[in-house]
Ligand binder design. Sequence first.
Ligand SMILES: NC(=O)c1ccc[n+]([C@@H]2O[C@H](COP(=O)([O-])OP(=O)(O)OC[C@H]3O[C@@H](n4cnc5c(N)ncnc54)[C@H](O)[C@@H]3O)[C@@H](O)[C@H]2O)c1
Length: 209
Amino acid sequence: MVHKSVPKATLQRYPVYLKALRKLKRNGIERIMSKELASVVNIEPTTIRRDFSFLGNLGKQGYGYDVNLLIDIFNQELGMDFDEKIILVGAGNMGRALMKYNRWDYVVGEITCAFDIDPSRRGETFGIPVYSMDELEDKIPEGCRIAILAISMNIQATVDRLIACGIIGLIDFTHEHIQVPKGVVLKTVDVVSSIQELVFETNSLNARR
Ligand SMILES: NC(=O)c1ccc[n+]([C@@H]2O[C@H](COP(=O)([O-])OP(=O)(O)OC[C@H]3O[C@@H](n4cnc5c(N)ncnc54)[C@H](O)[C@@H]3O)[C@@H](O)[C@H]2O)c1
């Protein structure tokens, strides 16, 4: 882990660098000068060099920084391992939208596969394999901890089964009340509730004017 004396502002910039570096790697870039990185992240080159100096002697004069090495250092030393293998359950309208978007790989990880009860959904969607629910226990990627729920039936039973497979984090798009045991985290995403909150907030703001 990185030394405690790293300033807070530097620590807050590390995820920004990591995100940019992962994007650069995706684009086939293997090394980068601080000046070039500066234009990507919109941070002064001197700040970048100082921020990186806390991680060791990483840059070479005239050569720049090794992109892969920097990514490894961020991942290992800082505990920022953004390589989550996420599964999606339910490859319908919502699921397909999420699979199409699948760009979280620069920051958190990516959807590696999906599962659905409907045989017509099976195959590949936007490059992501969609398997039958019967194959869940076999196909769930090793070390997978996070599942996105975009299903409409047998929701609690499906959640219980996912937890039995090692899932400890759920992103829930369903509107069901789901129960999870201690140690499992459920994050609900509900656009309708967000709109309701927004309407309520804007109404009360305007009533005060
Ligand atoms: N949170 C939000 O803001 C929001 C917005 C829209 C929809 N939703 C919810 O998201 C869910 C999906 O909506 P949609 O429009 O994609 O529906 P959809 O019918 O298009 O897709 C649902 C998919 O899940 C599959 N499925 C259903 N039950 C399953 C199970 N137990 N295991 C595996 N696969 C299963 C179906 O075969 C289907 O392919 C619904 O629960 C809906 O209420 C939430």
